[in-house]
Structure formats: C-alpha cells, structure tokens
Design a protein around this ligand. Structure first.
Ligand SMILES: *[C@@H]1O[C@H](CO)[C@@H](O)[C@H](O)[C@H]1NC(C)=O
Ligand SMILES: *[C@@H]1O[C@H](CO)[C@@H](O)[C@H](O)[C@H]1NC(C)=O
Ligand SMILES: *[C@@H]1O[C@H](CO)[C@@H](O)[C@H](O)[C@H]1NC(C)=O
Ligand SMILES: *[C@@H]1O[C@H](CO)[C@@H](O)[C@H](O)[C@H]1NC(C)=O
Ligand SMILES: *[C@@H]1O[C@H](CO)[C@@H](O)[C@H](O)[C@H]1NC(C)=O
Length: 772
C-alpha cells in the first residue's frame, strides 16, 4: 500500500516535470522559426485519411497550446515528401521522434548567382540546332528566380501556336500588379511562393517587391528571357550591344516560379517552387541560385528537389556560383552544373594617363564628359587612412582627397554599383576599377553614376606605379559607348566562376561545363535600379549583366532544344550529350584559357568544356543514368537509410558490397588517389544514339604520373540504343604522399567514331593525390 502510494507520487512528480517542461517548451520566450520536415509517407497511420491531416496533427502535437492554424507553410508531395512549418526548436526536436519523420532541418537561404550569344554559339547556322528542334515549341522551361516582367517584348507570343502541350497543368497566379491576362502562349505559367520568406522576414512590403510573380529586381526576367525569350529586333542597353535579342529556345514555352524576394531566396519557397513546377508539367528547370552552405546532399534542398524532378524526367540546370576560384555549388550528379565563360563582345573604354600611355578598360557607361578632359588621379588607398579604402568601401574615402578627381579602386567580387556610389558621394568625378584577377577580367563596369571603366590587374599595377612616380598624376577615361564584336579572344573561363573540386562528393567532377555568363544582354524590368539607390529615370528594357546565373539558362535553353529534337532522351542523356560534345578551343583555335591563371583552363574550371549546341544534337554515344544508379551512388556515399529516403522518398536497403561514388556512369572521371590506394578500376556503359552500324576507337591522354588503361579498345554497335561497357584502370606512378608529386593531373578519354559517323565522345579525367 505504502509502496504503491510512493510509486504514484513518483509518477506524479515525473508527470508534473514532463508537463512543466512541455509548458516551458511552449512558453512565449521561445523563438518560433521555420523548419522543413522530411517524412516517410508510407508510415501514415490508418486513421488519417489524408497526409495533410497527419502532418497537421503532428504540428498540433508538438506545438501544444501554441498551435497556430497558419503554422503549416507548405505540404510537399511531388519532389519530396513532407512539409514546412513554423515551430519552436523544442517542437522541432519532438517532431523528429514521431514515427515516420525522417529529419527536421531549420529552413535556410539560397543566393542568386548574379544578343549576340546565340550567334556566338553557332545556333543560327543552316543545319544548326534551331531549325532541327523547331526552336523548342513543344517544350516547357520552368524558371525559378525573382519572377518575370511580363510586358517585356521577350515574352511576346507572336508567331507561337496556342497548342500548349496537353500535359500542362500550371496557372497564372493573381497578385500585386499581376493577373491572368499577363500570361500568353509564351509565358504559359507564373506563380509565386512567399510563405517561407514571410515567415522569416515578415510580410512583403510594397516598397521591397511585388507580392506576385512580377519581377522587381530584373534577375528573373533576364534569366527567363535568356533561356526562352522570343526574338526582339533592335534591343540594346542605352545603345550598347544593339542587335536582335533572343533567348536560346525562342519558341519554347516559359513557366516562371518566383521564389526569391528582395534578392533572398528561402529554401522552403524554392522547394515549393520546384514541387509546383514538376507537378505542373515542365520539361526542364533552370535555377540560377544555390544554397549558402556546404552540406551533404540530403540536407541540400535544391539537390533534394532536383532528384525528385529527375525522377519525373525533368532536366535540371543550375549555376555553379560566383565564388571563383573557390567554392562550387549545386554539385549533385543529377544536376547539370554550369560555370561561366566570356563571349566575343567588348565594350572598350580605355584609360589615358598624363604621360600619354593608354590602357584598355571596359565600360557600359556612355557618359562622355571625361572623354577629352584630363583630371587629377588618386588611388583610394592614398585618399584615406581607413582600412580597405583601396576597395573604396562605403565611408572609406576622404572627400577632401577625392573631390573632382578620378579615383582608382581595387575590385573584389561584387559591389560594383556601390563603389560608384561611394566615389560619387565623396565628390569624385570618375572611377577606374582595377580587377584583382590575373588576366583580363572582361566583365564591363556599369556604374550609371559617373564615368567609370574597368582595367585588368596588370593595367591597374601600371597605373598605380605611374601615380607613385608622378607628382601630379592625370588621367582621362574614354567612355565612348562602343561595342566591339569578334575581336576578343573567347570563350575564356571567367575569374568569378566557381571551381571544383566538388567538396560533397570529390569523385564527381564539377562543374559539368561552362556557358556564356559575361556581359549578357537580356530582358529587364524597364527600370534601372531595383534598390532605389540610383535616381536614374532612364528606361531599361534590356540589361547587360554577368554571373553564372546567366550561364545556367543558356544551358537550360540548349537542353530544351535537344529535348525537342530527341523527346525520348533522359535528363542524363541530354547532359551527357552536352558534356561529351563540348568545345575545348576558342575563336583563335587555342585551348580555352582560364582568366585566373592565364593558362589553358583545366577540368576543375570548365568541366568537360564549353557548351557546343550543334554537336550536342548528335553526340554518337551517351552515358545514361536512371534513378537506380543515383540510389547506388547515395549508398556509396555511406548515407543512412533515412538520409537516402529523404532524397528518394522510398525506403532503400543498400547492398552489402557498395560501389564507389566514382563508379556512377558519369560522362567525366574524377579519381582521388590515397596512400594505400594507388589503383582505381571502374566501368562505364555507353548507349549508341548515333547511326548503326558504327565503330568507335579508344584514345587516351593520360594525366602526368598516371597510367590509364581502357579495355576494350574498340566498341562496335549494330543497332541504335545498343549498349556497350568498358573498363578503365587508373594507376598512379607515384606514391600519394610523394613530396615531389603534382597535386593534380588532367587528361581525357575519347571514343572516336571511325565507321558510321564522325563523332568524338570525350570525357575529361581529373586526378587528385591526397596524403590521407
Ligand atoms: C489585369 O491587368 C491588366 C493590366 O494591368 C488590366 O488591364 C486588366 O483589367 C486586369 N484584368 C483583370 C481581370 O483584373
Ligand atoms: C607605390 O608606393 C608604395 C609606397 O611607397 C609601395 O608600397 C607600392 O608597392 C608602390 N606601388 C607600385 C605599384 O609601385
Ligand atoms: C564508406 O564506408 C566504407 C567502409 O567503411 C569505406 O571504405 C568508404 O571509404 C566509405 N565511403 C565514403 C564515400 O565515405
Ligand atoms: C520509388 O518507388 C516507386 C514505386 O516503386 C518508383 O516508381 C520510383 O521510381 C521510386 N523512386 C525512387 C527515387 O527510387
Ligand atoms: C616521387 O615522384 C617522382 C617523380 O615525380 C618519382 O621519380 C619518385 O620515384 C616518386 N617516389 C615515390 C616513392 O613514388
């Protein structure tokens, strides 16, 4: 009796403690944040008729008294299974213990990776990709970005049929300054996803953005018109780059998903956009954005959404990031990861010094006020005692030192418009930006505030030396508004383009390829500045901007044309075609160079090479991949069953004998040697998508200090779609901790068609030696 009472008391105490801690958990001082909850859908208890009831009950259960009907942000069911919701951190922890919950991750951010191009790519030639693919009329490109400016002529549907593919289920959502009449037979869908952003930052303010698919920034209008804009004769920015502006797939249909707000993208919104796009029936997705951190693929919302898209046959193209020479993003093997290169268009605006010497600069400014006048020249660093004044950062310049002068500023990544503003506020009359990268940085400046030009590192050093040795240094900036086409060496891999190695899966080479991303002319919102920083009232219907953000929709557009020409190809086959046919030489017939090193670009800078649309149409052989291959790949990364299920939505048991990540049937090779593993053997299977019968012969360029042995040396095909497998053995000739070793090596494996065609199917090989 006594004992029992005692037990009851203990039980009571425990219950009160639990209640107390639950009360604590939901007390007002605990911050509520958004989380993405990944679920095993098959675990739904029978008494819930729908998954959304189950998910809502979970939110109620962990939220206690604080339960809020608006706590659920999105439910996901197409590209992944689960939901996002506003929870306390205690609530989120409790959620993880509920049966069927795979993981709960805090919501996080992604970042945007900020017309002559089609001619430069050779799309217009007689038997080019354009005519053969009917300009992509039967294909739908989904763009996830900052929205769209529907009035732009690039989205006119003139000449397009109303035969929108029957599978299309999307819509034109109504919102601020946007209604269904803004869609047409070109822009067939426009939606917006703002719940994650508003949960984090509060309701969208009219001054910040339009609460609708309308683009306040310009980035999304630019990328969507690059991928699939209609032809617009006479497009230019203040007369620069005048010509016909057109997207790559000029007749493809566009569906725009606005997931970035005031230039920030919240991942629960991005995932909701991917989900909606795939459910709506897009054929391709283009995302010029990437998550901010380095995380495993099961924690990377873009990788998760992209695998769901690939499973439904949707091709996914993403930007590599603008963090060159470092930090590549979007590295999952099912994504096509695109770096940036230059085109052969320049905007010359030379600097002439007081001593008569002239240095090439590049500018989109057309303000000629300084073109004839010599003004005093000063270096930001000597115009101030403040730290980082050499970069002319905000508040660093002393007005007494710069008033009426031309100011030289060093240029780090980003922040160009701001520098012009800093110099102008301090009273400067003009600005010279000195790139900190080795070779010419071809991206033109565009300050729009005062005459400005950009020079490369070497010219910057000469100008600084001139200032050091001259008592009264003088300069003129010849901003003359010229556009010069066809003279520049191009393409060059641009300094800002993010480089490999792939930090998440080092045995998958990234980027996959490069495409134009410097000084790209495409549609804009009609306004010069989204930020209100600049009081410039000139209309800007087209704008010239740079970034891997611009490269990504080029590849999406080309993939749309290939899709149109080869409707049965898988996303992996399209990507393989793009990669193995890519170009390695520039318009001077020299190897494509890297603007950081001024040497030929290696595979960590440009992947397989520069996109080569016409060759991609007829690649001969492709390295195909399906969902099962990606599942084996995830097993090879030693991910847990729960982590794999987050990505695949299905329960998977990995085989005991796991393959290596490098065994994925990928169109490129990345080999990592370690001290006790100096031999790697792997296999690849190619599918004949060219003529039949056909015969291919192997050729290898081995990286230095490596033997590459391929067996067999000949592949013969008698039928279309026939497959053949070959083995590759990589042997390091040196120890991995060899102090005199080269850290990296590059080579290639080629299959040359010697009968039944002329294709060369080329795969880059990148080698790394690690000492542990
Ligand atoms: C949609 O917007 C257009 C242009 O702003 C306007 O002319 C039209 O009346 C609107 N239609 C509806 C149904 O609100
Ligand atoms: C200019 O002079 C400063 C100080 O004398 C020196 O540190 C700098 O290296 C010189 N710069 C050049 C480009 O000669
Ligand atoms: C996976 O685990 C195996 C066995 O422990 C190990 O040999 C292999 O290197 C691991 N793979 C990766 C990618 O971590
Ligand atoms: C999951 O299972 C379904 C049904 O078996 C299958 O169709 C689908 O391809 C699988 N998805 C993945 C990613 O494995
Ligand atoms: C180290 O590399 C050099 C050539 O790069 C080679 O001559 C030497 O034998 C190597 N040593 C070992 C232990 O592999």
């Amino acid at each position: 009796m006594e004992t029992k009472t005692c037990n009851c008391a203990i039980v009571f105490v425990i219950i009160s403690l639990v209640l107390a801690s639950e009360a604590l958990a939901t007390s007002d001082d605990e911050e509520i944040k958004s989380y993405i909850v990944y679920m095993d859908k098959s675990m739904k208890p029978d008494h819930f008729s729908l998954h959304q009831h189950w998910y809502a009950s979970m939110i109620d259960r962990v939220s206690g008294s604080k339960s809020d009907p608006a706590a659920m942000l999105y439910m996901y069911d197409t590209v992944m299974h689960g939901f996002s919701a506003k929870l306390t951190s205690t609530g989120a922890q409790a959620m993880e213990n509920i049966d069927g919950c795979l993981a709960v991750f805090p919501d996080s951010l992604s970042r945007l990776h900020t017309t002559r191009t089609p001619d430069f790519l050779g799309l217009n030639s007689i038997d080019g990709l354009w005519p053969q693919s009917h300009y992509g009329e039967d294909v739908i490109v989904g763009l996830l970005d900052t929205g769209v400016w529907p009035e732009s002529k690039s989205f006119s549907d003139e000449g397009l049929t109303s035969r929108v593919p029957a599978k299309w289920k999307g819509e034109c959502e109504v919102g601020s300054d946007f209604n269904a009449s803004h869609c047409n037979n070109k822009l067939i869908g426009a939606r917006y996803f703002v719940k994650g952003y508003e949960a984090m930052y509060g309701r969208i303010d009219k001054k910040e953005d339009y609460r609708s698919p309308r683009d306040a920034d310009g980035h999304g209008t630019h990328t969507s018109s690059t991928a699939a804009g209609s032809e617009v004769p006479g497009a230019s920015l203040f007369g620069f780059a005048r010509g016909t502006a057109r997207g790559i797939a000029t007749k493809a249909r566009l569906a725009v998903y606005k997931v970035c707000w005031a230039v920030t993208c919240v991942n629960s919104d991005v995932l909701a956009g991917m989900e909606a796009a795939v459910a709506d029936g897009v054929d391709l997705l283009s995302l010029s954005l990437g998550i901010v951190d380095d995380v495993p693929y099961y924690h990377d919302t873009i990788a998760i959404g992209a695998l769901g898209a690939i499973e439904k046959g949707v091709f996914v193209s993403c930007s590599a990031g603008n963090a060159g020479p470092y930090a590549i993003f979007n590295t999952a093997p099912w994504i096509t990861t695109v770096g940036a290169s230059t085109i052969d268009r320049e905007f010359p605006a030379p600097v002439v010094l007081g001593n008569g010497k002239s240095y090439m600069g590049s500018s989109l400014d057309k303000d000629k006020t300084l073109a004839k006048e010599q003004l005093p020249l000063v270096y930001g660093k000597t115009a101030s005692s403040k730290q980082y004044a050499n970069f002319c950062i905000d508040g660093s310049l002393d007005p007494d030192m710069v008033r009426g002068k031309i100011v030289l500023c060093d240029l780090e990544e980003g922040g160009r418009i701001e520098k012009g503003l800093v110099v102008r506020r301090a009273g400067g009359a003009g600005m010279i930006l000195a790139s900190q990268f080795k070779e010419e940085d071809y991206s033109a400046t565009y300050s729009n505030l005062l005459p400005a030009t950009m020079v490369d590192l070497k010219a910057g050093e000469y100008i600084k030396a001139y200032m050091n040795t001259t008592r009264n240094p003088l300069a003129t900036i010849k901003t003359e508004g010229l556009t010069v086409i066809g003279k520049a060496r191009a393409p060059v891999v641009i300094a800002f383009s993010s480089r490999g190695p792939n930090r998440v899966a080092p045995e998958i080479l990234k980027p996959d390829l490069v495409a134009p991303g410097v000084n790209i002319l495409a549609a804009w919102t009609g306004h010069t500045s989204p930020t209100g920083l600049i009081s410039d009232k000139r209309r800007v219907d087209f704008n010239i901007i740079s970034g891997t953000s611009m490269s990504c929709p080029h590849v999406a557009g080309i993939a749309a044309l290939i899709r149109s020409a080869h409707p049965a190809w898988t996303p992996a086959a399209i990507k393989s075609a793009l990669m193995t046919s890519s170009a390695l030489f520039d318009n001077r017939k020299s190897p494509i160079s890297d603007s950081i090193t001024a040497l030929p670009a290696d595979a960590l800078a440009m992947g397989a090479g520069h996109v080569n649309p016409n060759a991609a149409l007829d690649p001969g052989l492709v390295y195909d991949l399906g969902i099962d291959d990606y599942v084996s790949f995830l097993c090879s990364l030693n991910y847990t069953a729960k982590h794999i299920q987050i990505l695949t939505k299905n329960a998977t048991s990995c085989p005991k004998l796991r393959s290596r990540p490098g065994d994925l049937n990928y169109p490129s090779f990345s080999v990592v040697f370690k001290p006790r593993s100096l031999v790697r053997v792997t296999r690849r299977t190619v599918t004949n998508v060219g003529g039949a019968p056909s015969v291919y012969e192997m050729a290898v360029e081995s990286p230095e200090n490596v033997n590459v042995i391929v067996e067999p040396r000949t592949l013969a095909f008698t039928k279309q779609n026939e497959k053949a497998t070959y083995t590759v053995r990589f042997e390091s000739k040196i120890a991995s901790d060899n102090k005199s070793k080269r850290h990296r090596g590059f080579g290639q494996i080629l299959w040359k068609c010697v009968k039944g065609g002329t294709q060369v199917v080329r795969s880059p090989v990148a080698i790394a030696w690690k000492d542990k």
